[in-house]
Design a protein around this ligand. Structure first.
Ligand SMILES: Cc1cc2nc3c(=O)[nH]c(=O)nc-3n(C[C@H](O)[C@H](O)[C@H](O)COP(=O)(O)OP(=O)(O)OC[C@H]3O[C@@H](n4cnc5c(N)ncnc54)[C@H](O)[C@@H]3O)c2cc1C
Length: 504
């Protein structure tokens, strides 16, 4: 007897899972394999929170699979060794998986698996499951192909799963068994496929009404953003499922947009749909260039910007002890919860690159380890964008003071995450170093003792960072490279960049 092996990677769901549907359709007994690659655990962008989240999502999927008659096998180590062992035991006929757009190490792994399958007479079938187009010939074609893919019908979860007799699932271990320390996250979401669906519906039924306005603030964003990102990165939900249910809601609203029930939704849902398109857009970049964590899209710009590593600045930045209250609050909140909204992520990175002139690879790896939703395709594209090393995005160096005043005018968020500033009066909460000695005493916050002085003068260094970026962008070779970057990675939506003179 032969079996079909479903290789679960970052697609931990039963519904809308093409690999599972195909394995079921071929009629052989099925085995599910989740393989934790030892190589992955050694990487600088991986943290225990990622591994635990994935294993908890797997545990939840395992229960669903078992309830339908299937089994889930767990292996740790080198994938080819595990496949050899399983092939000897169960005689694999076909391996099914969904395409993964990951960093170079995962491409190398997938290629090794494909070679192993060929050598061992095992068929290997992979399926697209999101808006990333494998083997895309021209970026000009991407949007139409993506839209068609995303709009296709959803795939139902199998109600029964046939497996081999006398075989049981493996227990899913805790990451500490592999030597991983896992930091406890505050308000960590519930793992698994049904929790993902509940999160989607709570957004579409209620929380998302204020999305367009609420997403920019780290206070309202917690509730008004969808919070679907960790589910997307572990694959507990597919981008097509989210798209499908959002479109249904949009259709319902269109029938009576002015009713009290529907008011406020239309703009929020169209902003949300754009974000879903961005998801695929950025993932496509990694599909085209798997080394975005190491290699800048525009190496000429990167070389010109040449930002050296400075231990003191990096530590203050990464721990949230810079002396800038709003910045520190954002970093500390991210470390504690594993999530922060888009605008604040962009600010954290742009401060590292422009204001502190730190190298993007180091700051990017630190942020990757903090995000529960770490998704390499989005992450490294955004890190490069917010650091000015793509050449196709405008220079955007966030002012901490402006963000602080706009997003947290009362200092509520600051006081929640930076308790040293609890008694600082509102008029000084954004710039406590401006308090007189007397005021500092009254606020029980001596600057330099209880709370640090700003690590640099933001106004001066940010300005320097911006002018350095514009100077580098004007370089002839960097400009030439930008044209090539645009051809491979650029959004074809009409943008300021396309109209920019240096591209003519
Ligand atoms: C420096 C930096 C690093 C980032 N790293 C990641 C990452 O590792 N993983 C990740 O999922 N997102 C990342 N983002 C994008 C964005 O901040 C998060 O997707 C979003 O904050 C997640 O919260 P949400 O699901 O509530 O988002 P929503 O605002 O509700 O958006 C819904 C979904 O749309 C997609 N999306 C939203 N914004 C973007 C964007 N700007 N680019 C691409 N896709 C987007 C995500 O899949 C998100 O889950 C990063 C942004 C920056 C600036």
């Amino acid at each position: 007897m032969t079996v079909s092996l479903v290789w679960l990677r970052r697609d931990l769901r039963l519904a809308d899972n093409p690999a599972i549907a195909q394995a079921k359709a071929d009629g052989r007994p099925m085995l599910f394999l989740y393989h934790l690659d030892s190589e992955r655990l050694e990487r600088h962008d991986v943290d225990g929170i990622h591994v635990q989240w994935e294993l908890d999502c797997l545990d939840s999927l395992k229960i669903v699979i078992e309830n339908r008659g299937g089994v889930v096998l767990f292996r740790y180590g080198h994938i080819l060794e595990s496949l050899t062992e399983l092939h000897e035991l169960h005689n694999i006929h076909t391996m099914y998986g969904n395409e993964e757009s990951g960093l170079q190490w995962s491409w190398d792994r997938d290629r090794a698996v494909a070679d192993w399958c060929q050598e061992n007479n095992v068929q290997f079938e992979e399926f697209p499951s999101n808006g990333v187009i494998r083997g895309l010939r021209s970026r000009d074609d991407w949007k139409a192909l993506r839209d068609r893919r995303i709009d296709a019908s959803l795939i139902e979860a199998p109600s029964r799963i046939r497996t081999l007799p006398n075989i049981q699932s493996d227990a899913i271990p805790h990451p500490s068994e592999f030597g991983f320390k896992v930091r406890e996250l505050q308000h960590r979401p519930e793992p698994g496929e049904s929790a993902a669906m509940n999160t989607l519906f709570s957004f579409l039924d209620e929380r998302g009404r204020g999305y367009r306005k609420g997403m920019s603030s780290p206070i309202s964003g917690v509730e008004m953003c969808s919070r679907l990102s960790p589910y997307l990165s572990s694959g507990c939900i597919s981008i097509r499922q989210i798209f499908y249910h959002t479109k249904r809601k949009q259709r319902r609203i269109k029938t009576n947009p002015r009713s009290a029930e529907n008011r406020g939704w239309s703009g929020s849902l169209s902003s949300f749909q754009s974000r879903l398109a961005w998801h695929c857009h950025f993932m496509q970049r990694l599909e085209a260039e798997a080394t975005l964590d190491e290699q800048a899209m525009n190496p000429e710009l990167d070389a010109l910007l040449d930002r050296p590593f400075d231990e003191t600045k990096f530590r203050a930045w990464s721990e949230g002890t810079t002396g800038w209250p709003f910045f520190d609050a954002c970093m500390r909140s991210l470390i504690a919860t594993g999530w922060i909204n888009f605008r604040m992520r962009a600010m954290l990175q742009s401060v590292a690159s422009y204001t502190l002139s730190l190298p993007w690879r180091a700051s990017g790896a630190h942020l990757a380890r903090q995000f529960l939703d770490y998704e390499p395709g989005i992450h490294w594209s955004q890190i490069q964008m917010q650091s000015g090393v793509t050449g196709i995005n405008s220079v955007r160096a966030y002012s901490i003071l402006k963000q602080s005043q706009d997003q947290d005018p009362e200092g509520e968020f600051i006081k929640r995450w930076v308790p040293e500033l609890t008694h600082v009066p509102m008029e000084h909460i954004h710039e406590p170093w401006l308090m007189s000695a007397e005021e500092q005493k009254e606020a029980s916050c001596i600057i330099g003792t209880d709370y640090p002085e700003p690590i640099v003068d933001e106004k001066v260094t940010r300005k320097e960072g911006i002018s350095q970026a514009y100077k580098a962008k004007a370089d002839a070779e960097a400009k030439l490279r930008s044209k090539l970057v645009y051809l491979v990675h650029g959004s074809r939506k009409r943008s300021r960049f396309q109209k920019a003179s240096h591209l003519k």
